[in-house]
Design a protein around this ligand. Structure first.
Ligand code: SF4
Length: 249
């Protein structure tokens, strides 16, 4: 499991069903313990091991003794615009923040919501587009799959979204270049589709033109739509839609 653990503390939130099954197997547990853990984290919103009462106490203690925790990204600051757009600073596993944006469409039917969530994939960015404020940070680190998917979950919970009823689009156009953090980006997409119930057809990933990522995406069984930013990295004024909101402080 060591390659799954990218930060100092082991985080169950963000592991796939297959990864959790492997972990349970390592601990001598049946595969259905992974399903119980997934259900607790993604449907019952459990935020600590002690809350997962379907797991035996001895298993929860073993997981805790091995350093495993449940850590979800948290909204730590909110900036609201008059048009209803909300821009959030979301803290990840180590407290570093990225921006996530909620953009209501404004034409939702009574009793339902239509909105787009703009999601970050890295803390900072290495691409260095001249028009982008995120570029000034340089690349601080990649977000984990849990930190990418968890931004969406934090916003869905804040906005009391009913998945399946409300029409929510996701755009991976926030801080960072998703295809330079490909494995975590695509793992987050799978979690959002398989565990959160969001539709891949309502997701779009934007790249600055990272060709290996484009080729890998074409082979994925679960994949968002692709948008390619045609801005020149040396352009100083115009910005792609979401990045202008997500990165313009
Ligand atoms: S526009 Fe996107 S790819 Fe370019 S520096 Fe900003 S975050 Fe990175």
């Amino acid at each position: 499991m060591s390659d799954l653990v990218q930060l100092a503390q082991k985080n169950l939130f963000g592991l796939s069903r297959q990864q959790l099954t492997a972990l349970m197997k390592d601990l001598g547990q049946p595969a259905y313990r992974a399903g119980q853990t997934i259900y607790a984290m993604w449907h019952e919103k459990s935020s600590k091991l002690a809350d997962i009462k379907t797991l035996p106490t001895s298993l929860r203690e073993s997981l805790a003794a091995a350093g495993w925790v449940i850590r979800r990204p948290k909204i730590v600051e909110t900036f609201r615009s008059v048009d209803g757009t909300e821009r959030y600073l979301v803290a990840g596993d180590d407290g570093q923040t990225v921006e996530t944006v909620w953009m209501p469409d404004g034409d939702e039917a009574p009793g339902s919501q239509r909105a787009t969530i703009c999601v970050s994939s890295q803390v900072g960015c290495a691409v260095n587009c001249q028009f982008c404020l995120t570029a000034k940070l340089g690349l601080q680190r990649n977000l984990t799959a849990g930190e990418i998917a968890g931004q969406v979950i934090a916003v869905l919970e804040r906005q009391k979204v009913e998945v399946g009823k409300d029409r929510i689009n996701l755009v991976f156009m926030g801080m960072g270049e998703p295809f330079l953090n490909y494995d975590n980006f695509i793992a987050a997409v799978r979690l959002l589709v398989e565990e959160a119930g969001l539709a891949e057809s309502r997701m779009t990933v934007s790249t600055s033109g990272i060709v290996p990522g484009i080729l890998r995406l074409a082979e994925e069984p679960i994949r968002p739509r692709l948008a390619i930013s045609l801005m020149r990295p040396t352009m100083r004024s115009a910005k792609p839609l979401c990045r202008s909101r997500a990165n313009g402080r």
